[in-house]
Design a protein around this ligand. Structure first.
Ligand code: NAP
Length: 319
């Protein structure tokens, strides 16, 4: 069993910024960065699934999400942060030091790690449509990541579900490859920002299916061939023949291992107070796992910095 002063769970912009700051404060943090097994909680978080980031200050020409995360990780390593490529499977927070079990440990009876302070930066993941055969079709026409999968849809007719910034960003990116991109939205007005709406409306390859929800996925030989759309007013069903469907309908916080331990809101986001303190003394939360409002790389990074400073002061107050 290894003991650390600070363990950070999560390696998105919040976790890595917390790592940079706690490492520079000589707290020798360990980052449990997740596993490359799934798109939702892979190391680097959601920005690994993002295309160009134009609004992260300091990069006037923009940069790609994965590049930003690689740079942040290297910066944290430079100051002495260590990394563990695993998922946290269980935490014990009722006494100090806190104990953590991880997916890579052989003996699950004993915790693999203990720490004095814990920073939770596990982020959020894509919400899915919960339709039959959805899981089987992921990677076979169904995707939540245009950056990862857009290339495979060159010259095809595809669709994106959702009316927020994510949906429009995905749709605009996909027009680089696809023959046409249909945005399927359940209302007749978009939630996305004005600038993204203007870009989408002026793109010749983008069309809209307003007031429609996807009620069924169709496939042949385990590959998507089309979707059934239901009109939200008339309940009339129509078939849309698409070979790709990108789901961009929002996110859900990655808080399963902390359920029942930390105070959360109804949607499962951790409630933080006085900066990044949680309901347990010595446990701090930053980034999207405690923020359903702003959800930006820069706000996540900012709250990661706050968590590191809160941890440093809290540790000082303990010793
Ligand atoms: P969002 O803003 O919550 O939008 C989700 C969209 O999906 C909404 O249009 C919603 O419809 C729709 N939706 C939700 N559940 C659905 C369901 N079950 N079936 C069909 N449609 C459903 O989420 P987001 O687009 O992921 O954006 C999250 C945050 O990140 C926002 O603050 C956004 O501004 C930000 N963001 C910014 C950028 C950027 O600046 N480049 C890029 C991406 C995201 P309703 O509108 O009817 O609720």
């Amino acid at each position: 069993m290894e003991h650390k002063k600070v363990i950070i769970v999560g390696s998105g912009p919040a976790g890595l910024t917390a790592a940079i700051y706690t490492a520079r404060a000589d707290l020798e943090p360990m980052v449990i960065e997740g596993e490359p097994s799934s798109t939702s909680d892979q190391p680097g978080g959601q920005l690994m699934l993002t295309t160009e980031i134009e609004n992260f200050p300091g990069f006037p020409e923009g940069l790609m999400g994965p590049e930003l995360m690689t740079n942040m990780r290297a910066q944290a390593e430079r100051f002495g942060a260590s990394f563990k490529t695993a998922k946290v499977t269980k935490v014990l927070l009722d006494s100090s030091p806190f104990a953590l079990y991880t997916s890579d440990q052989q003996d699950q009876n004993e915790p693999a790690l203990t720490c004095d302070a814990l920073i939770v930066a596990t982020g959020a993941r894509s919400i899915m449509l919960n339709l039959e055969s959805e899981n089987e079709l992921i990677g076979h026409g169904l995707s939540t990541c245009a950056t990862c999968d857009g290339f495979f849809f060159r010259g095809q007719d595809i669709a994106v579900v959702g009316g927020g910034d994510s949906a429009l960003e995905e749709a605009l990116f996909l027009t680089k490859f696809a023959n046409s991109v249909t945005i399927i939205h359940r209302r007749d007005t978009l939630r996305a920002s004005k600038i993204m709406q203007d870009r989408a409306f002026s793109n010749e390859k983008i069309r809209f299916e307003w007031n429609k929800t996807v009620t069924a996925l169709h496939s042949k030989d385990s590959v998507l061939t089309g979707v059934t759309l239901e009109d939200t007013a008339t309940y009339e069903n129509t078939m849309l023949n698409v070979t790709g469907l990108f789901v961009a309908i929002g996110h859900s916080p990655n808080t399963d291992v902390f359920k029942g331990l930390l105070e959360m809101d109804d949607a499962g986001y951790i409630i933080s107070h006085s900066g990044t303190h949680t309901s347990i003394d010595g446990v701090f939360a930053c980034g999207d796992v405690q923020d359903h409002k702003y959800r930006q790389a820069i706000t996540a990074a900012g709250s990661g910095c706050m968590a590191a400073i809160d941890v440093e002061r809290w540790l000082e107050s303990q010793h």
